[in-house]
Design a protein around this ligand. Structure first.
Ligand code: FMN
Length: 261
């Protein structure tokens, strides 16, 4: 399975078999985690055989069952932390899929307190979210998607590479499947990715960037920076509850549970 096939096959999986991850698979996953931590300047850690984080009211309410392994996604606080977490976290999720595992991004419906028994953020660090990982009892279901025209902007003909990029971007997981992003073709070989607001939109934007690169091929285009908004330090628009540390008002376990498919 290559990255594109893994993107097609990946869906959020919340129920897992009570089965240890095989040693060779674990080693390959750990190698990708080490590469992503280094390239993304992040602290990413795999915690195995630890059921506590998903043995809480929130986790059961969010329909999680038998989660015994998870990947903690954290890093030094900075304006682009959430976007890097999204990009490199999804690279790990796609590698996990290629290794025969299933995953689910989780920002809310797990116990941060219990995770912190196994992963202590250093001063100035932020634990943004986790990825549940293991052998799923199902492959999950395809999510509903907004249309191309809602998610991208292209003047004239859409190049084939851009269309391929969009096809993969539309399969990207986003919080509550809100798909709060927009990809703009700004020149013959340049693209701008924008977060359009909502909870965890910047984590979603990083995930979308990774998917778009796999679909479009990085040899075909370059990313355009998002113009700075006056009075704003942020590189891209959109609110990120994760970065501020606050739980956004419009995000809840019930909303996650109800948002599916
Ligand atoms: C940043 C982020 C945070 C998420 N947080 C949660 C969560 O707290 N609980 C949950 O059940 N699902 C969570 N999800 C999973 C989404 O609900 C799921 O990815 C989305 O519905 C799309 O479905 P798919 O992953 O099958 O494509 C999160 C996804 C992302 C990207």
């Amino acid at each position: 399975m290559n990255e594109k096939e893994a993107i097609l096959n990946r869906h959020a999986v919340r129920e897992y078999y009570d089965r240890k991850i095989e040693q060779k698979t674990l080693e390959e996953l750990q190698s990708e985690i080490a590469r992503c931590s280094a390239e993304g300047d992040l602290r990413i850690q795999l915690i195995t055989e630890e059921p506590g984080a998903f043995d809480s009211f929130m986790a059961h309410y969010g329909k999680f069952s038998n989660v015994r392994n998870y990947i903690v996604l954290a890093g030094k606080k900075s304006d682009d932390l959430c976007e890097r977490i999204g990009y490199y976290g999804e690279r790990i999720a796609i590698r996990a899929q290629m290794l025969g595992l299933n995953t689910c991004w989780v920002a809310l419906t797990f116990s941060r307190r219990r995770v912190k028994k196994h992963f202590r953020p250093a001063r100035g660090e932020k634990l943004v979210c986790v990825l549940a990982v293991g052998y799923g009892t199902s492959r999950g279901l395809s999510h509903k998607s907004r249309t191309h025209s809602e998610l991208c902007s292209v003047q004239g003909d859409m190049p084939d590479w851009f269309r391929e990029g969009m096809n993969c971007a539309m399969l990207a997981p986003t919080a509550m499947n809100l798909q709060k992003f927009r990809l703009v073709l700004t020149g013959p070989h340049s693209v701008r990715a924008e977060a359009t607001g909502g909870p965890y939109a910047e984590v979603g934007l990083g995930i979308v960037r990774y998917h778009f690169e796999i679909g479009a091929g990085t040899e075909n285009f370059e990313w355009d920076p998002v113009p700075e908004k006056s009075g704003s330090k942020r590189r891209s628009s959109g609110h990120s509850g994760a970065e501020s540390g606050a739980v956004p008002g419009d995000i809840s376990a019930a909303a996650f549970a109800a948002s599916e498919k």
